[in-house]
Write a protein that binds this ligand. Structure first.
Ligand code: NAP
Ligand code: SF4
Length: 677
């Protein structure tokens, strides 16, 4: 079969071993790796990705010792007893011809535990624990621990290890002046700061021999003050190459960096040029990473010679069969990672198992199983939002005969609104994915069809799923029916909005709408890379001489004056996702959005919006008021509990419960119901 993706599918020869293609599933903590009894689930998770065609897998981080734990009692490998559960994982992956590396991660001062150590005793802004400065003895012992962990990984059947040296973890803490303020042989000039990383590589190589992959994940761009320059990064890369590393992986930005590196508003492949710069100076293959989620982007990077392999972590959570679909020209069937972080990283930070918003089976492969049905049924699904599309397509893939009724002329529901928000263009992909699934699984889609109970009963369905979603909650104060009062749905669909705006409600949608209103109407979407770099202060020169690749951000003056309001007295945006909320808050702050809390809404007049704050009446002189006050369920088709009907009725998504509705719950509820029907 001819393919447009020849570079992605080309094997990579490392001399003693061959990786079957250029796709690396990057390290990502799921939470399953921390407990031995979860290893059958972890094996199923990785096994499915190996079956899906990925060439090389890198596990979540495993610590070489207790000081290196990310969380108390996190996954560790330093005794023979730790080896056995890992064999399940390596076996599950090798069965399908993929290779797997175990990542060795010492968290240094990023650990959420009291034993933390680092180059210097400087507390990180993202952990409550101040680290102790490592003594020379502790450094030498830790190097031995790394080597021992690598040899145990070899016993467990891994093809190699990845040494985590980026994202601000221990070795990166030594590599950069940001944390390393030592004056001994482990600090000072870059030749000293890189000593720890190099000694780790040499000790591992001495322990495991030549025929074992050592990959090093190096920070190409620290994005923190006193971070390394590109010349320093290249110095380290060359030394790692000399020391016996086989693969050089890319890390971008420390976790404490205040420049986004993976959220959906970061342009695709935003950092590939920094990897390309390093590639010019080393012999070993290099791996590009961050915001690469679709085959065209990956192929372009490889074809341009910017990297030898492409690393994706979240995109392979979203679709385990990404590579096979690419190889068989079925790219439009890929369930694309929309870089929302809602079900993966946000879960990890809350100590919950990571999964995926668009693919609820991720890390639940043994629990959420879609089996072919032995009793095909006639199923009606009412509502073509993500909940409805999820239940319809999974049920149809299991062999049921599904009819999907949608009142409007398009499927997608609330995602059709989200996709027009600047930086949320990836939401188009989810709608495209579901449309292809609807066609492929043979769902009978009836657009422009507002169905009623009589019709549903008349057609004699066995099961009816109500997924009619939500409508925006209206504001009920004096003057709220005035023409200058608009719902968020009207605004996102293009209703004209004035120059001075009050946004009522500061949930996810209040923030989205504010960002939408800050940008000129005809701004290109997605945002061009150069503009994004300028706005966030990322040095566009791949051979940057600025500290950590940062320069002063330049922000265009806002095109509107915006107030974002909430009744609660808590900080605005406190309920947004842990790993993405700060980006939204920073965006609005940069654009001078005035955020007011503890507000009571009193009335709307021709002069503007009257509010009360701290017992004082105030007038906000605005010409538009946009209501983002949450939603209400649309459940009118649901029969009362005591009614007799021909069909069995179910209700899911926003129709069931509007409060705290999000796409994660909607898609999961749809998939879980469909798995049981
Ligand atoms: P939301 O998060 O519930 O926020 C609505 C806000 O409106 C509330 O915070 C509430 O704050 C205010 N409100 C509620 N009733 C009101 C009333 N009667 N009058 C005035 N204000 C009222 O809902 P949303 O912003 O519409 O978002 C809907 C769902 O989509 C959420 O689950 C959200 O997580 C998800 N979403 C997520 C993102 C994301 O980036 N992750 C983006 C968009 C949407 P006060 O009562 O304090 O004023
Ligand atoms: Fe991607 Fe969102 Fe899924 Fe995470 S939850 S893998 S960011 S789509």
């Amino acid at each position: 079969m001819t393919t447009r993706y020849a570079n992605i599918l080309k094997p990579l020869h490392l001399g003693f071993t061959t990786i079957k293609n250029r796709v690396v599933m990057g390290s990502m903590h799921t939470g399953l790796e921390d407990r031995f009894y979860n290893y059958p689930k972890l094996a199923a998770y990785f096994g499915e990705r190996a079956k899906g065609g990925v060439g090389l897998i890198i596990t979540g981080g495993i610590s070489p010792n207790r000081q290196g734990w990310l969380l108390p009692a996190g996954g560790t490998m330093n005794t023979l007893g730790d080896v056995a559960p890992h064999r399940l994982v390596t076996h599950a992956v090798h069965k399908h011809g993929a290779k797997i590396l175990m990542q060795i991660l010492h968290s240094g001062r990023y650990g959420y535990q009291p034993f933390v150590v680092s180059a210097s005793p400087i507390k990180s802004p993202i952990s409550p624990f101040k680290p102790r400065k490592m003594s020379e003895r502790q450094i030498l012992n830790t190097i031995e621990d790394y080597a021992k962990t690598a040899s145990l990984a070899k016993m467990a059947g891994y093809d190699g290890v990845e040494i985590m040296g980026s994202e601000g973890y221990l070795l990166n803490q030594f590599l950069s002046r940001h944390v390393n303020q030592r004056e001994d042989q482990w600090g000072g000039a870059i030749e000293n700061r890189m000593r720890f990383a190099l000694e780790v590589v040499k000790a591992i190589r001495a322990e495991v021999g030549e025929k074992f992959i050592i990959c090093f994940r190096l920070s190409m761009l620290d994005l923190v003050h006193d971070g390394n320059t590109m010349q320093e990064v290249i110095t380290v890369a060359k030394a790692l190459d000399q020391a016996g590393v086989n693969l050089l992986n890319t890390g971008i930005g420390w976790h404490e960096a205040r420049i986004p590196t993976i959220v959906t508003s970061v342009p695709r492949a935003a950092f590939a040029d920094y990897t390309a710069e390093v590639k010019k100076h080393v012999e070993i293959p290099v791996i590009a990473s961050n915001r690469i989620n679709m085959p065209d982007t990956a192929e372009e990077i490889l074809a341009a010679g910017k990297a030898d392999m492409i690393q994706m972590a979240r995109p392979l959570l979203a679709d385990a069969f990404w590579v096979n679909k690419t190889a068989t020209n079925r790219v439009n069937e890929i369930n694309t990672c929309i870089a929302c972080n809602q079900a993966c990283l946000d879960h990890t930070f809350k100590n919950q198992r990571a999964t995926c918003l668009v693919n609820p089976r991720a890390a639940y492969e043994t629990e959420l199983v879609y089996e072919k049905t032995k009793q095909p049924k006639r199923i009606a699904v009412v509502g073509g939002g993500v909940a409805g599309m999820s239940v319809a397509t999974v049920a149809a893939s299991r062999g049921h005969q599904v009819t999907l009724f949608e009142a409007s002329n398009e499927v997608g529901g609330q995602f059709n609104l989200a996709k027009v928000v600047p930086g949320k263009e990836e939401f188009h992909e989810t709608i495209r994915y579901f449309k292809v699934q609807i066609e492929k699984t043979g769902v009978d889609l009836r657009l422009n069809t507002k169905v009623n109970r009589e019709q549903l009963e008349r057609e004699g369905f066995d099961e009816v799923v109500i997924a009619t979603g939500v409508v925006p909650r209206a504001l009920k104060i004096e003057g709220s029916d005035a023409p200058q009062v608009l719902s968020y749905a009207e605004v996102l669909r293009g209703a004209p909005v004035g120059q001075k705006v009050a946004v009522i409600g500061a949930g996810g949608i209040g923030f989205d709408v504010s960002e939408f209103l800050l940008k000129p109407e005809h701004q290109p979407q997605p945002q061009p890379l150069a503009e994004w770099q300028r706005e966030w202060g990322v040095d566009p020169n791949p051979n940057y001489v600025t500290e950590g690749g940062m320069c002063a951000p330049e922000v265009d003056p806002p095109i509107r004056e915006i107030y974002l309001l909430q009744r609660k007295t808590t900080a605005l945006g406190a309920g947004l996702g842990k790993t993405s909320g700060w980006v939204h808050r920073a965006q609005l702050k940069k654009h001078a959005v005035r955020m007011l809390r503890g507000v009571q809404y009193k009335a709307i007049t021709n002069e503007g919006l009257w509010i009360e704050m701290a017992g004082q009446d105030q007038l906000l002189r605005v010409d538009s008021i946009v209501v983002c006050a949450g939603q209400e369920s649309v459940k009118d088709l649901m029969p009362a509990a005591d009614e007799n009907t021909l069909a069995n009725y179910h209700i899911i998504g926003g129709a069931k419960l509007a409060a705290e509705l999000d796409a994660k719950r909607a898609i999961r509820e749809g998939a879980e119901l469909a798995a049981k029907l």
